[in-house]
Design a protein around this ligand. Structure first.
Ligand code: 5AD
Ligand code: SF4
Length: 461
């Protein structure tokens, strides 16, 4: 009789890199005899993969641990051990403080220590309180670089190419929680991309906190930047779509812009946060570019790839932001014409320079956020309306909102809902965009025989 596998439930907060890391942790634990489950209820190990980027993230973790503690006590009463682990950026930022405040936590492990996870879990299971928050990132990439676990088939996947950040924007905790910028080697990235393609993945999104700072030595012995890497990845058969996120304006070099011009596989979408529209605030944020630099850069990118959809991030209520500064943020939205954007109230992060400065009142932040979001929503509505009547290639990912519908992504990353057979999930088909909703586009199949739209399009051209 074989031993019953232990069950692990991983709960993920925050960014796409955490989603990716959770998958890697699950893979590593599967190899160590754990089976992934979808709820904490009967799990033997619950791992919270946490986020520290904004407000109350740590508080959320403590209240979640409070809830889990009851499950843990119940398990103990049933004669069963349940372990609670905290991973991710709150683990890195708070370290031992977590077990001081939440005694139910058995294991604290930061993002640069995941290669030690199976061992750390084994030690926790034997009663040790484990805190792993060292930085040894090269090991992490190497140790987690193994075949994927038993995940359901998917058409789109993330691939981390770079981690950490050296930019030190004055509001941001990332350089402290994820550490200094480290790039993964070319061969490891290519091998993982090939493996994903062999699994049937059609679209890969390269991830990094500052992804366009990625650099590495190519097989030609030269120093490559992200643009060169994208050229190499576009040669992998089966990978029809490439994306990358998130970028810093300072690291958009000519090779990357040329990749947008030259590669059909590189989707016409760019997430390029500006954070604020006023030069005074940009300087106080230590962004190291001006408003004019940013707009000039976008002109250059649009010259290379005219149909590119721009996305951004914004922070309102940064310390010292005046009404006039904020007006500059609103006006840059009009100048760029964003297809989508994320916007946040400034949240002081302990240990970052801006947290020490005099703060904008909460009510002002709220008012500015509402005004900015109205402007961004209008920009998004304009962008979506401009798609109506276009034929777009859509990579179908899953069942849609209503029965009989499936949903996929346009090249510009917008979800597209289409009435079409579920058999098309996993393929790319040409879709005529007919309508726009709040967050999605709607369309109809453009070809009588849409499988696979790309081939059909070529055959009829
Ligand atoms: N307060 C508010 N927003 C922040 N971001 C990062 N740090 C903070 C903070 N302290 C936002 C930025 C970044 C996105 C991931 O989160 O806009 O681009
Ligand atoms: Fe944070 Fe991005 Fe600035 Fe790096 S570039 S410090 S990740 S906001």
């Amino acid at each position: 009789m074989s031993a019953k596998p232990k069950r692990v439930f991983v709960k993920t907060y925050g960014c796409q890199m955490n989603v990716y890391d959770s998958e890697r942790m699950t893979d590593a634990l599967e190899a160590a005899g754990y089976a992934p489950v979808a709820s904490a209820d009967a799990a033997d190990l619950v791992l919270l993969n946490t986020c520290h980027i904004r407000e109350k993230a740590a508080e959320k973790v403590y209240s979640e641990v409070g809830r889990l503690r009851r499950l843990k006590e119940q398990a103990a009463a049933d004669g069963r051990q349940m372990l609670i682990g905290v991973a991710g950026c709150v683990a890195q930022a708070e370290g031992e403080e977590i077990v001081r405040r939440a005694s139910a936590v058995d294991l604290v492990i930061g993002p640069q220590s995941y290669q030690r996870l199976p061992d750390a879990v084994a030690r926790a299971a034997s009663g040790e309180r484990v805190i792993e928050t060292d930085f040894a990132i090269a090991d992490k990439f190497a140790a987690l670089d193994r075949p994927h676990g038993t995940r359901p088939k998917r058409s789109s996947a993330f691939l981390t190419v770079q981690e950490g950040c050296d930019k030190f924007c004055s509001f941001c905790v990332v350089p402290y929680t994820r550490g200094a910028e480290v790039s993964r080697p070319v061969d490891a990235i290519v091998a993982e991309a090939q493996r994903l393609a062999a699994e049937g993945v059609r679209e890969v999104t390269l991830l990094g906190q500052n992804v366009n700072a990625w650099h590495g030595v190519g097989p030609d012995g030269r120093e490559w930047s992200l643009g060169h890497l994208l050229v190499r990845l576009s040669e992998i058969p089966g990978l029809d779509r490439l994306r990358y996120t998130t970028s810093h304006p300072r690291d958009m070099d000519d090779a990357l812009i040329a990749a947008h011009r030259d590669l059909d596989t590189l989707m016409p979408y760019l997430h390029l946060p500006v954070q604020a529209g006023s030069d005074r605030v940009l300087a106080a944020m230590n962004r190291r570019h001006t408003r004019a630099d940013y707009l000039r850069l976008i002109d250059k990118i649009k010259a290379a790839r005219p149909d590119i959809a721009m996305a951004g991030d914004f922070i309102v209520g940064f310390p010292g932001e005046t009404d006039a500064d904020f007006a500059d943020t609103l006006s840059i939205v009009d100048d760029v014409g964003y297809a989508s954007a994320f916007s946040f109230k400034y949240s002081p992060r302990p240990g970052t320079p801006a947290a020490e400065r005099s703060q904008v009142p909460e009510a002002v932040k709220s008012e500015r956020l509402a005004a900015l979001q109205a402007r961004l929503n209008a920009a998004q509505a304009d962008f979506n309306a401009s798609r109506v009547g276009m034929v777009a290639e859509v990579l179908f990912e899953k069942d849609g909102r209503h029965p009989g519908q499936i949903v996929g992504r346009s090249p510009w990353l917008s979800p597209v809902q289409v009435s079409a057979p579920a058999a098309l999930i996993g393929s790319i088909a040409r879709v005529t965009i007919t309508d726009v909703g709040a967050n999605s586009l709607y369309g109809v199949l453009a070809d009588a025989d849409p499988v696979d739209g790309k081939i059909a399009a070529e055959a009829t051209a």
